[in-house]
Design a protein around this ligand. Sequence first.
Ligand SMILES: [Zn+2]
Length: 941
Amino acid sequence: MFKKKVYSTILTGVLAFTTSVPSVMANIPAVIEGMNEPESEVEGNLFLPFSDLLEIDSTDEQELFSHIFVSISEDSQVVFTHELNDPLIEISIGEHVHYLSKDSEEIRLSLSEGLEDETVIQILVHRLEETDHNYSEQLFEWNVEEFIALIQDYDSEELTEEPTEEPVDDSIESSIEIEEDNENQSEDSEDTDDDTTIEENISALDPEEELEDETEVEELEQDDKVKEIEIEKETGLEEEGEQTTEGIQDSSSLNMRAAEMFNSSVSPERISNGVNVNYTTIVGASGFSIDSLPWGTSGYQRVGTTTQWVNQEVRITQETRNGEYVLIERSNELIGWVDRRALRMAQIGHVNHSKVISLRVRVSSGGYSVDTLPWGTPGYQRMTRTSDFINEEVTAVRQTNNGEYVLLEDSNGSLIGWVDHRAISPAAQKITNGTDVNYTTIVGIGGFTVDSLPWGTSGYQRIDNTRAYENQQVKVVQETRNGEYVLIEQEDKLIGWVDRRALRLAQTGNPRQSTTVQFEATLNRGGYTIDSLPWGTQGYQRIDNTSHYLGEKIRVVRQTHNGNYLLAERNGSLLGWIDHRAVEVTYQVGMVNNSFPVDYYSTVSRGGYSLDTLPWGVEGYQRIQWSQNITGETVKVTQKYGSYVLIEKGGTPLGWIDKSALNGTPQRKTYNEGSVVSYSARLKSGYTIDTLPWGVSGHERLSRTQFYENQEVTVRRQTGSYALIQIGSRVFGWVDRKALQLPVVYIDPGHGGSDPGATNGNTTEAERNLVSALILRDILKARNYEVIMSRTGNQFLSLADRAKDANALNPDIFLSIHHNAMGGAAAGTARGIETFIYHRVASGYGQETNRNNFRTEDPRIAESLRLADAIHPQLINRTGMYNRGLKGNNFHVLRETDMPAVLVELGFIDNASDLALIRSRQFQERAAVAMADGIDRYFKR
Ligand SMILES: [Zn+2]
């Protein structure tokens, strides 16, 4: 990266010529005229400060180490030397480019090498910045005329030795500090606004006090033969072309010594390199000489003294570049050059192209002049230098529109004068609407700006970076209302406003009155503080502000018992404690195991109860709000858990609340009518569950069966139409018995009609099957089963029809009842009871007696086996009949039904002893009870 900076050029010239001027100037045709004074020896030092380039305060010390000397040697060479450490200086004269660096500290250029008046002399200073290989550079540029004039200018300022011509009366010296650095006018002065308004007088400084400084400076000059002159060249110096001749003429009088005698024959003259100005002032001091040229200039002669002009108004039309001498006139007649100190103090004014401001600033740089008007404005006068106010906090009350100059006022409200804006830095200041605080903290990692006012505030200015204070302890003395910015101070000196995030976070703690929670939330309100402890807790510190995280998701990991403050995590790290009002929780009202659905309305009648996402105290519960917010409202209660109920309004769950907050909740009431029973059923939807059988006075709805649809309940008591149900271990309430989904048993008496089955005499199997089935039906009904019969009369049904019918009605189980016979030669030889489930042996027909071969991977077969296992032993036990075993066979009704299906053979009709039993009512009933018991067992009833 190459970063080019364009600077206004500042030249500080220090000249003492010893070189023979003609030998130099002979090669510069455009400028040699008048320069051919043989005795003149010239040695020039062009002093270039690079403080701007180096971006450091231009302290005097630094200036000494950042300048270039340009001298003209005896053999007509221009010699450049420097005292810079790191810059690389590129000097080009015409097409010749030369470099000065650490390694080559001097270069010599012959001016005879084609130097013409169009030749441009450039000094380009590169500075390599070590950090990122950036270059910055500063360019100084003159044409030959300017360059020579510049040297002349310095020459004319300094060519004499000890002035013989000090002010006649030292005591009348103006107290304005006359350091030898003068800021001189640039061409821009012509463009500046002439309309100046005098605002306020500046009082004269104390003469005695300043006298000493003056003396010191004088001594310094004598020692070093050096005089620094600051020339501020805004732009376009090269356009000023006439100065050369005058300067050269001055040089031509080099050997003349200053006259001590008044010489009325000499006329005052304008100088070519002066600054043309135009303002009036009053001569204030007598005893200063009035000279034909600026005092000390080659050829100057005294033409009078100020004594005769005291208290008279004069007009200033020209000034030396350093501003020390001014050319005064009256009634358009030149009077002569006088020391500026002879003039009455100028008044501080303001200019039209400026605006009122109010900005606390600190005078941070001492090297600037303090002027009556913005520097360069016609009529401006320098009063002192900013070094008099270094580090003082003052107020900038006015600023030129281009921002270059500001008018300062001291803390007493007295105007100080106009200074270059670069001489000041913004000062930190308190704000009127801030919160005063007082705590210490540590500045964390740098990277935040330190500003004069809270960042973004109107007029805020950057002062520094927190890097300068990293890991240092500072005191926070004020905060913005939103807490985002804090004013820090150190050793009772305000540093500035910084983003709170620049401060090291205080440790977040867990106060005792808080509990662990876990829920997601969104920070949806700015302006709330984020604190190290719940706000107001002893020792809490403000850490941050929610405004920084607007819209962001956080996780709340802890909350105070009152729910007002939440400890939030963001991206896995603790953020701090936040007021719950800054947080929007997308509450997930949750369910809890062992709660049960209820359905009734109630009214919230008491405040002080929390509404929580889960019953209070259940792990992970979060408080949503307080019951006082909804007191008086009718709510629907939808769940119950211990003493907590879940309420909703308009279909939206409001949360879990202690039922004590409600205006009563319905309770099941004692009702002893009907009979005590105990059987299971599944609930059908569409019925209410009430505190009493529906219609009994005082009954209230508790819930609805829809919430328990298909759920198995136990019936504890029932009347003809209503049943008291127990759900789980809870005797719940009364339902219509039609709400009870009873187990459905399909009983299929085998054969019938044209198919009598096995027969023995006038005994037919079809009839025996039906008798047993009907007995079973009645028992099952009494036991609260729903029973479906494939036939209740002596009619023929195909096997296929029976299976289809059962499949269509979808009973829970299918039980086919048959009686056996061997027939033929084997008739009467077999006896006993056997039970079948479906099984198809490899040959297709035949029975399987090894239960290990049953295909129980089919759930229907497994359930069929479970049903057969429940029934068959009961049959054997109850009837005492011979046990033929539990078998598998490929019977149509077992194969074609979709539900668990079992077929029983209740003895052999063709066996005499079996038949006797089969025909007995007692056996029939025992067999039926056995099957019912087995079915009960199967249904776990
Ligand atoms: Zn049969």
